[in-house]
Design a protein around this ligand. Structure first.
Ligand code: V47
Ligand code: SF4
Length: 369
């Protein structure tokens, strides 16, 4: 590796590569330089150093399914292809019983996690969602419930008149195990106003995750990229996450989500290339040196891109999903009925040169395949 780094012609990049090899944190300016100057092969090599330090040659997945409770949403994010206002003929919602029926469909399957996320429903409060969680846990006590983005949490907690801390404590008592990474979008306040003006602020998103971590509820973080943001705004986003992670160590995974253009009001922007996706995965892996995992969410990125990204720093392919999410196919993902069995995920991972490991939601090893 020493020799390879000596071959880097650009002085600044050679300096950054030396820091990464020496396990020295890079600065925001250096992160920006990687975006602007580093070629894809160099980024792959450098991200590989960091991914091996955290995860060796392992690549993780779990057995999970989703519940999307409703597409009704009080907000109107410009990139969203999913939401409808209450009263719209295309709006819908499941009852608790219907959602329990989805859980029951998995009674004889060895799934370990249910991921629940949807629109911000105008009339449901914390106790409505808490009692759903309780019913799921009563039916299947061992299942890990990863539910509600910080945006949904913000609304249900406020609607019920609690502080963030009180609300999260109550949800934990109802059976909430962890929080998914949605709703982060892009933290830069000016751009956030352009693409999702009504959404709770970046500060509020970060405060909810910080409070959750302090209560022992771990979470994920996302970034929505490939729209109007600059590289500087991506680095700023990751920098805010890196600072919070230094404080709490409560994040499990960072999940870059590429903006998909179908059926939303930002379609005119088009989509960035796969090269850009790989570059972004690699810089994320390098910059977020305190995040244990970088997730390639295949229902959004496609199986092929997720597989390829393993060589650019990612180490987690999310899960089997079993055709239980529509959010991403509505936005234009080519995975129209996202489902992969264990064998297929393991083959993708092995073919990319890594060792498949089935994990639980907190990344404890279930089995090496
Ligand atoms: O916050 C919405 C994104 C997110 C589009 O924590 C879009 O394990 C691209 O957070 N193009 C929600 N992205 C999904 C999410 C998630 C997904 C998988 C795993 C985990 C996890 C979390 O979906 C939203 C938004 O950033 N999104 N519309 C779109 N057109
Ligand atoms: Fe609602 Fe989420 Fe869509 Fe925004 S991204 S409109 S909060 S469902």
């Amino acid at each position: 590796m020493n020799d390879l780094i000596d071959y880097i012609e650009d002085r600044d990049l050679r300096h950054i590569a030396g820091k990464i090899r020496g396990d020295i944190r890079i600065t925001p300016e250096e992160g920006l330089l990687l975006y602007n100057k580093a070629g894809l092969s160099l980024l792959g090599m450098l991200a590989g150093i960091v991914r091996r330090k955290h995860n060796g040659n392992f690549a993780f997945f779990n057995r999970n399914f989703h519940i999307e409770p409703t597409n009704k949403c009080i907000y109107n994010c410009k990139f969203c292809s999913y939401h409808k206002p209450e009263g719209d003929p295309e709006s819908w919602e499941y009852s608790h019983e219907e959602m329990l029926d989805i859980v029951k469909r998995f009674d004889n399957k060895n799934v370990t996690e249910v991921h629940i996320v949807g629109g911000v429903h105008p009339s449901h409060d914390l106790h409505y969602w808490g009692s759903l969680i309780k019913k799921i846990k009563e039916h299947r006590p061992a299942i890990h419930i990863k539910a509600f983005s910080a945006i949904e949490l913000d609304y249900m907690i406020r609607r019920s008149g609690y502080t963030i801390e009180q609300g999260l404590k109550l949800l934990k008592e109802y059976g909430l195990d962890s929080i998914p990474g949605g709703g982060a979008e892009i933290f830069d306040e000016e751009l956030r106003r352009v693409i999702c003006n009504e959404k709770p602020s970046s500060e509020q998103w970060l405060a909810i995750h910080e409070t959750a971590h302090n209560l022992g509820i771990s979470s994920n973080a996302t970034i929505l990229y490939g729209h109007l943001e600059t590289y500087g705004q991506r680095i700023d986003h990751m920098n805010r996450l890196r600072i919070l992670q230094d404080k709490t160590n409560g994040f499990n995974a960072f999940i870059p989500l590429k903006y998909k253009k179908s059926n939303n009001s930002m379609s005119y922007l088009g989509e960035v290339s796969t090269t850009e996706d790989l570059k972004n995965y690699a810089v994320s892996r390098i910059y977020l040196d305190n995040f244990p995992h970088i997730k390639a969410y295949w229902p959004m990125s496609s199986k092929e891109c997720a597989q390829l990204s393993l060589a650019f720093g990612t180490d987690d392919m999310d899960g089997t999903i079993d055709d239980t999410t529509r959010i991403y196919s509505m936005a234009g993902s080519k995975e129209e009925n996202p489902a992969m069995n264990k064998k297929e995920i393991c083959t993708l991972i092995r073919d990319a040169g890594f060792i498949p490991v089935e994990r639980d939601s907190l990344y404890h090893q279930v089995k090496e395949w």
